[in-house]
Design a binder for this molecule. Structure first.
Ligand code: AMP
Length: 441
């Protein structure tokens, strides 16, 4: 399948070539024809699958075809794309700019946390396409600064994340303001019940297109897990960054505070690092992103919301410094590397309290994560209580004969003893494939 065969016109093909795309990704091959034909589309695909082009290319073509480009001031936008975060909004708009460079169509971005004036000006100057977060858009609509009654195509991108972020009421209000005769496209990485309900209330006879996220990540990303005590994670991170050729590394933390602390810790340890999360100013986030995209990127320590939708190619390594408690989030995270068919590496640090999270991730992926044992020397643990000392001695006795001679020495703390017995359990458990195991892509 080629882009030409999908029916895209010369202006778009020229832009696609300039972007270096040779063949459509699976989600593009499935969706472009339907969006071009004016159908409503329900897409299940995560960031990294090429979904932005899957809706942006055919939408640009449809807008251009009607020969009704907006040149005059004060005219209304015809396409509205709703997205959960400022970063994703910026990136979607950049994609429209890149794909639409030979079409003469214009877009405006709308998101909170910055002055509304330039955004309002861009809308008034005659944007054909609005890419917006729901909260700020609703705000501008309520002030009477943006009108939505000329919208012909609505796209909801990352609908599940918009639900997670509490945008559902704004979305419903916004949809209520749009003409009922319109085309609607909804993309979501997962399809929980509330997203399904929203989809059935706003889409008309939709075509469903889907790429299996689990398999996309499982197939292209090399994954491994270190069992490590929480207190040893900083040393292990420094070790893996220094040991492996990590050219562009994204480290995931669960909290903003944790991300800041870890970035500072790395900097103190002589490793260039920056944190990106929702408490940073827009400028700080853009700067961190720019540095990360540069030829000498610092390690980027990110929270899930901040990293969601980052359009960064060539992330060589993803480190799950803390495992997420929602298994799908793990899939999103590791999908940041190995994008658009490239191979990538994801490393997870699992402490004692995170084992249940790991079990759930493995259940979702239907496979065991290989265990990595290349640990550095950890500093000795603080003196433990008598009970712990006893179990530590037991763990030592249990684990010593199992350690192959070439292994680097491990810490002898209680967690590490448990890690070894768990490794043995895993080694056994990973032999037979679970019932119902299928290749999913
Ligand atoms: P998305 O899922 O839309 O965030 O896209 C993920 C990445 O894949 C972006 O960096 C796109 O530039 C890139 N991409 C999209 N479509 C293609 C394609 N057909 N071939 C190669 N790269 C692509």
């Amino acid at each position: 399948m080629t882009f030409e065969e999908l029916g895209l016109n010369a202006a778009l093909l020229k832009a696609i070539t300039r972007e270096g795309y040779q063949t459509p990704t699976p989600i593009q091959a499935q969706a472009i024809g339907h969006v071009l034909a004016g159908r409503d589309v329900l897409g299940v695909a995560q960031t990294g699958t090429g979904k932005t082009a899957a809706f942006a290319l055919p939408i640009l073509q449809r807008l251009g075809q009607s020969g009704n480009k907006q040149k005059a001031r004060g005219r209304q936008a015809r396409v509205l794309v709703l997205s959960p975060t400022r970063e994703l909004t910026t990136q979607i708009a950049e994609s429209f700019t890149a794909y639409g460079r030979h079409t003469g169509l214009r877009q405006a971005v709308i998101y909170g946390g910055v002055s509304q004036n330039p955004q309002v000006r861009a809308v008034r100057d005659g944007a054909d396409i609005l890419v917006a977060t729901p909260g700020r858009l609703m705000d501008l609509v309520e002030q009477g600064l943006v009108k939505l009654d000329g919208i012909e195509v609505l796209v909801l991108d990352e609908a599940d994340r918009m639900f997670d972020m509490g945008f559902v009421r704004d979305i419903r209000k916004i949809v209520g303001l749009l003409p009922t005769k319109r085309q609607t496209v909804l993309f979501s990485a997962t399809m929980p019940e509330d997203v399904r309900r929203l989809a059935s209330s706003i889409l008309t006879d939709p075509v469903r297109v889907q790429v299996k996220v689990q398999s996309a990540a499982a197939d292209t990303v090399q994954q491994s897990v270190y069992f490590v005590a929480k207190r040893n994670k900083p040393a292990l991170l420094k070790h893996v960054i220094e040991q492996f050729a990590m050219t562009r590394t994204l480290v995931f933390m669960r909290t903003k505070h944790g991300a800041d602390r870890l970035a500072k810790h790395l900097s103190k340890a002589g490793i260039r690092a920056e944190a990106i999360h929702g408490n940073k100013t827009q400028n700080a986030r853009q700067r961190a992103l720019k540095n990360f995209k540069s030829d000498r990127p610092p390690v980027l320590v990110a929270t899930d919301v901040a990293a969601r939708g980052l359009d960064i190619d060539e992330v060589s390594h993803v480190v799950n410094y803390e495992l997420p408690n929602v298994p799908e989030t793990y899939v999103h995270r590791i999908g940041r590397t190995g994008r658009a068919g490239a191979s990538g590496i994801a490393v997870s640090f699992c402490d004692h309290d995170e084992r249940q999270h790991l079990r759930e991730i493995e259940k979702l992926l239907r496979k065991k994560t290989p265990i990595c044992e290349d640990h550095p020397e950890y500093p000795a643990a603080a003196p433990a209580a008598a009970g712990h000392a006893k179990s530590r001695a037991k763990a030592r006795a249990r684990s010593t004969p199992a350690a192959p001679p070439q292994r680097k020495p491990h810490s002898t703390g209680p967690a590490d003893g448990r890690q070894r017995s768990r490794r043995r359990k895993y080694a056994k458990a990973s032999k037979p494939k679970p019932a119902g195991y299928t290749t999913m892509w």
